[in-house]
Design a protein around this ligand. Structure first.
Ligand SMILES: [Zn+2]
Ligand SMILES: [Zn+2]
Length: 220
């Protein structure tokens, strides 16, 4: 209630005005090529695999993101999740379509909400981002995945622990088309994206690409 009486502030810098002010919007840490062809990490030159993903079994063909997950972007994504700010999904979708080519796919899928956390958030960023991207790219969105249990918390775990933690966490809710783009708000270690892509492939997808709004950098 009190929120309604207070002036709106920029989620990133706290300045009074828009949810994300023009200065912060202009200064978003947009990711520029070259990238690792596979996991989308920015690299010094184009590579097929990078230090972050070499030797890892990833169920997706390629992952790409629009912006780096730095402190400002983290504050924006947190506001998006906690307050269900609908305009942020549109902002994120504009960034994604401005930065990334439209994927050659038959449908968009999204990392499904965790039953427990959906209540806290009021809405689900990955699902809403998928819907916004589906409109912009003119691709159907399918609710292809479900959680097999409570979503394990990934925060604070290293890559190997994240992978173990999330293995088998998703199952297909429906049959899926051959070429699918999996949408999520943030790519951290790739463990969640890979587990979700693995479930999509088990349900009939032959090619899974991953698109996220933000991407964590330099995680080992
Ligand atoms: Zn700002
Ligand atoms: Zn890589």
């Amino acid at each position: 209630m009190l929120d309604l009486l207070l002036p709106q502030r920029c989620l990133a810098c706290g300045r009074t005005g828009a949810q994300v002010c023009a200065a912060c919007l202009g200064a978003l840490p947009r990711l520029k090529p070259p990238f690792c062809e596979r996991c989308g990490a920015p690299t010094a030159w184009p590579v097929r695999r990078c230090a972050e993903c070499s030797g890892r079994r990833l169920a997706f063909a390629a992952a790409r993101a629009a912006v780096a997950y730095d402190a400002r972007v983290r504050a924006i994504v947190a506001g998006w999740k906690e307050h269900g700010l609908r305009r942020l999904a549109a902002l994120a979708a504009d960034e994604v379509t401005g930065q990334l080519p439209r994927p050659e796919v038959d449908a968009l899928a999204f990392v499904p909400p965790d039953r427990d956390r959906r209540l806290e958030r009021g809405h689900h960023p990955a699902q809403r981002l998928a819907r916004e991207l589906g409109e912009r790219w003119d691709v159907p969105v399918v609710a292809a995945l479900r959680r097999t249990g409570a979503a394990p918390r990934q925060r604070g775990l290293d890559v190997a622990a994240r992978r173990r933690n999330v293995r088998g966490a998703f199952a297909a809710a429906t049959t899926v088309p051959r070429r699918v783009c999996l949408v999520d708000d943030v790519y951290t270690s790739g463990a969640t994206a890979s587990a979700a892509a693995s479930a999509l492939r088990a349900a009939g997808a032959r090619q899974v690409e991953v698109v996220t709004f933000a991407r964590a950098l330099r995680l080992r």
